[in-house]
Design a protein around this ligand. Structure first.
Ligand SMILES: Cc1cc2nc3c(=O)[nH]c(=O)nc-3n(C[C@H](O)[C@H](O)[C@H](O)COP(=O)(O)OP(=O)(O)OC[C@H]3O[C@@H](n4cnc5c(N)ncnc54)[C@H](O)[C@@H]3O)c2cc1C
Length: 423
């Protein structure tokens, strides 16, 4: 169970996405406390741009103290379909799941989950420790009809277990709670949107999943479609909806000494899958938010630029930082101080630099006071900093490019200089 606030502000992908879109598509209005302490309302008639920004732009604009969400009738009970096939059959099962889901009605939303059956009395003992691929799918409509529509997913081979059943929607929403007991887990979850799910992509996913170091880990291929895809790309800050699938790599473990192995596994698998990705990712599964331009890449450059303009209106002082999911502003004051630092450096007033020249050691092996000043200003406020053979440019994307260059040219390479400024 997670909170509704973070979920909605960065999208919200649930069991009803095929019929009712994302959580953020159902956000009608919000009350927001801004960084300067004002309480304002965002709705279709007041601060319309802010409402747009809250639909995918995360907690970058203020603290939302009240959400108004559109409600929908839900059948009671609903049908949850969840056959769990042995993972060694994934290479046969997932293509069949993909083909079935491609022609399924909007009422059917689901994902294919890799996991391991826990050694727990809730499961038959002979299945403990077995890796499975579970086709977890929900039908938003009468349960009997859902059972018929989803029945083929339960006959794609011989399931090891079948968790399918009719149940109230609220029970369905808490069905996974037991798997994530509060305070036990260490997690590193990172996603990437896949541009397709050809057999080669399925093979690549399976190959990475075989190597997962923890049996507590989940990884899922989420199928997108229906109402969530029919929303125009500029209608919300979530951006372009032309994303057929998402891969989420959800490493879970409990021993701190396993941190490196699990985080590295996700990072490597995520990187390996990039050739099959649209290049975007889901900000509710962002890893630790690391990586250059994570939010811009996640939402798309156009959406990001529009969000920067809105942030300038509602949070010009950059008060709202979201761990790893910040929309970064370059403000005039920081540009001026960056210029001043650059001026000292470019104008050769920096003692360290002269010293390094005299001693003949490369500049980058010494610490420079101007450099650390410059580093602080740029890293806090700039969107992107590039070093090209010693020249420095600050790029801004919110209102075109604004480049600052030092007058000095030196010979070290961009890559090595970059490590100083952007470790
Ligand atoms: C077990 C588990 C299952 C999950 N399943 C799904 C899933 O099925 N679908 C899905 O889409 N996501 C899923 N997620 C991811 C989930 O959407 C994110 O973890 C989300 O951030 C949770 O929202 P929260 O309010 O609990 O977040 P928090 O951790 O409280 O906050 C995350 C960020 O949201 C922002 N924020 C939170 N509250 C506010 C506020 N009131 N005002 C302004 N900004 C705020 C802040 O930037 C904050 O840093 C799952 C996560 C977990 C742990």
């Amino acid at each position: 169970m997670t909170g509704v606030a973070g979920l909605t502000l960065s999208g919200g992908i649930g069991w009803l996405r095929g019929t009712h879109g994302l959580s953020c598509d159902n956000l009608i209005a919000a009350d927001v406390v801004t960084g300067d302490g004002r309480l304002i309302r965002a709705s279709e008639v007041e601060n319309i741009d802010l409402l747009w920004a809250l639909k995918g732009g995360g907690g970058n604009f203020g603290i939302v103290v009240n959400f108004e969400l559109r409600l929908h009738e839900i059948a009671d009970p609903v049908m949850f379909c969840a056959p769990a096939y042995p993972e060694e059959h994934a290479v046969d099962v997932i293509p069949q799941w993909r083909d079935h889901m491609a022609s399924a009605p909007d009422e059917v939303s689901g994902l294919a989950e890799f996991s391991t059956i826990p050694s727990d009395q809730a499961y038959p003992e002979q299945t403990w420790g077995r890796r499975v691929i579970t086709l977890a799918t929900v039908y938003d409509g009468p349960a009997e009809k859902g059972e018929r529509v989803m029945q083929p997913l339960r006959a794609l081979g011989e399931p090891l277990l079948d968790f399918s059943g009719q149940m109230p929607y609220r029970e369905l929403q808490s069905i996974y709670d037991g798997l994530f007991p509060k305070g036990r887990d260490r997690c590193y979850w990172k996603s990437t949107y896949l541009s397709g799910l050809g057999d080669d992509v399925i093979g690549a996913i399976i190959e990475r999943l075989i190597k997962r170091p923890s049996e507590m880990t989940y990884a899922s291929i989420w199928k997108f479609g229906g109402a969530m895809q029919r929303v125009a790309s500029d209608a919300t800050a979530f951006g372009d909806r032309n994303i057929p699938y998402m891969l989420s790599l959800d490493a879970i473990w409990s021993d701190p000494s396993d941190d490196d192995a699990n985080i590295s596994w996700v990072r490597n698998a995520w990187q390996d899958m990039q050739p099959h990705s649209t290049g975007r990712l889901y900000l509710n599964f962002p890893g630790l938010g690391e990586g250059d331009n994570l939010v811009r890449n996640a939402l798309g450059a156009e959406t990001y630029s529009r969000l920067q303009k809105i942030k300038r209106v509602y949070d010009p002082e950059n008060t709202e930082h979201c761990a790893g999911r910040s929309i970064v502003l370059t403000n005039e004051r920081s540009r001026q101080s960056a210029r001043a630092a650059l001026c000292r450096w470019g104008g050769s007033t920096c003692g360290s630099k002269r010293a390094s020249r005299r001693s003949g050691t490369p500049f980058r092996s010494r610490r420079c006071p101007a450099l650390s000043c410059y580093q602080w200003n740029i890293r806090a406020d700039a969107d992107e900093v590039n070093f090209i053979r010693g020249s420095v440019e600050e790029k801004r994307d919110d209102d075109g490019h604004d480049d600052i260059r030092s007058s000095e040219r030196s010979t070290y390479q961009a890559g090595s200089a970059r490590r100083w400024y952007r470790p």
